[in-house]
Design a protein around this ligand. Structure first.
Ligand code: FES
Length: 160
């Protein structure tokens, strides 16, 4: 057995444990998907039939939910995650233009990861920092009044 299939076997086993633990919850699919992503970083293609089996759903139903909600990442996250607030207060002070700048600079869109695996770019709707928009979160750290120049510095720090 190869190392990759070993990892897949471990992952699938863990997904089954999580799904089985949460299956009795009302609307169990979403809590299961959130728990899998929180523990394993993303929802992988191999997870779908396992979750479908535990909940007695079709794989298509699980896939539909995973692709409908932007919250679910379908590939491993980058080493750093950059989240740019796109809610109203931040939009009023240039968050859309800041997002355009980030997409151009990184060469990826929201929900995507740079090919070198360094940075995942995400949109978020309010980081609770509305008075200091545009707000950007890099990893666990929140930044306010982020200009393009400041964003370039932040992206430079995590793109190495
Ligand atoms: S609207 Fe951007 S932090 Fe609240």
């Amino acid at each position: 057995m190869t190392a990759v299939s070993d990892l897949t076997t471990v992952r699938v086993g863990r997904v089954r444990e999580i799904a089985t633990r949460l299956r009795e919850r009302r609307g169990a699919l979403l809590p299961i998907l959130h728990a899998v992503q929180a523990e394993l970083g993303h929802i992988d293609t191999v997870d779908l039939p396992v979750i479908a089996d535990v909940l007695n759903l079709s794989v298509a139903e699980v896939h539909g939910v995973v692709t409908f909600y932007k919250d679910f990442r379908r590939e491993p996250a980058g080493r750093a995650t950059v989240r740019i607030c796109q809610a109203e207060a931040c939009q009023a002070v240039g968050a859309r233009e800041l997002a355009d700048h980030a997409r151009q600079r990184l060469g990826v869109g929201f929900g995507e990861t740079t090919p070198d695996g360094a940075v995942s770019l995400d949109e978020v709707f309010c980081l609770g920092n509305c008075a200091l928009g545009p707000a950007v979160q890099v990893g666990e750290r929140l930044h306010g009044r982020v200009s393009r120049a400041r964003l370039d510095v932040l992206l430079g720090e995590v793109s190495r």
